[in-house]
Write a protein that binds this ligand. Structure first.
Ligand SMILES: [Zn+2]
Length: 301
């Protein structure tokens, strides 16, 4: 029954009754508060799927605040984080050639241009000289986003230059490795870099110059088989995958199912391939402490 049909109280007009009727309560609309992840550029953690703002990620050195997953860093970001003061960048003069005119689904120069446009870098290895808490160090870092951090002739050139600079200035060398291996587009020239880099490291050893390798996720192929396994000390980031051939290839060869921790940094510590797994937030301090001890004699005398 509608309101109009109700009998009117005595002495009241329809308008008066209408004005006196109880009004329905109006609930205020819930104020929508936008969280930071909805307004800022964000990244999804590949492990726990939580959304992290890029600002929070940078402040936490690309470690997920929810699950401690170590997300990948670009080579330049890593070196800028590692050094307290950057003095110089080395090896920018080297440019890759195309000696084999290699074409797979795309010509090699096209792949290079695409990688350069994507990363803003000219090659897969960045070398810098600077200070780690006042300790002079040469450090290089692989950029996995640049053609899988593959080692071509320019990567070899830059690494050898880094080692020669460390030798000339009698300062330690640190390498942050992240690579899929040798660069197939350069064929044999790419494989030759294994011998070149190994020879450069050998010169450092003869001169008692410390060389520390930090294995980050992932390190495979020709890089594992050369410069990444020739350090005086091998540190690794948690859960980093490190090996020569991939797990599937080995399983097919040995006809055995290999367990989950196979090729993980923690598994390799147990088997003597890696000396220590170090959390990224403690990495700088650990490297500094090790280098101070390794160069003590040089500093004291
Ligand atoms: Zn996470």
């Amino acid at each position: 029954m509608s309101t109009d049909m109700k009998p009117q109280p005595m002495g009241q007009t329809l308008e008066e009754t209408w004005l006196k009727r109880p009004l329905p309560t109006i609930k205020p609309r819930a104020k929508q508060i936008l969280t930071a992840v909805e307004t800022e550029p964000s990244t999804q953690c590949p492990n726990c799927n939580s959304i992290i703002t890029n600002t929070a990620l940078i402040f936490n050195n690309y470690v997920c605040p929810s699950c401690d997953e170590h997300l990948s860093m670009t080579a330049r970001t890593r070196l800028n984080w590692f050094f307290d003061q950057v003095d110089d960048e080395l090896g920018q003069q080297y440019q890759a050639g195309n000696p084999l005119d290699f074409v797979d689904s795309k010509p090699y120069p096209t792949r290079m241009s695409e990688a350069q446009a994507k990363t803003g870098e000219t090659e897969a290895l960045i070398v810098m000289k600077g200070k780690l808490q006042r300790l002079p160090v040469v450090a290089c870092a692989f950029d996995f986003a640049f053609m899988g951090g593959s080692m071509g002739s320019v990567v070899g050139d830059r690494f050898v230059l880094a080692a020669e600079t460390a030798l000339k200035e009698q300062i330690p060398l640190v390498c942050f490795a992240a690579s899929g291996g040798a660069r197939m587009q350069e064929g044999l020239l790419s494989l030759m870099q294994m011998a070149r880099t190994a020879a450069a490291i050998e010169k450092l050893k003869h001169a008692n110059i410390p060389y520390i390798v930090v294995l980050t996720n992932p390190v495979y192929g020709g890089v594992t088989a050369s410069l990444a396994m020739l350090g005086d000390i091998h540190l690794a980031e948690p859960k980093a995958m490190i090996g020569f051939a991939g797990k599937r290839v080995i399983e097919q060869t040995v006809r055995e199912v290999l367990g989950e921790p196979f090729q993980r940094a923690e598994f390799l510590v147990e088997h003597g391939v890696v000396d220590q797994v170090v959390h990224r937030l403690q990495m700088k301090e650990t490297i500094h402490r090790l280098l101070k001890k390794m160069t003590y004699f040089r500093q004291a005398h």
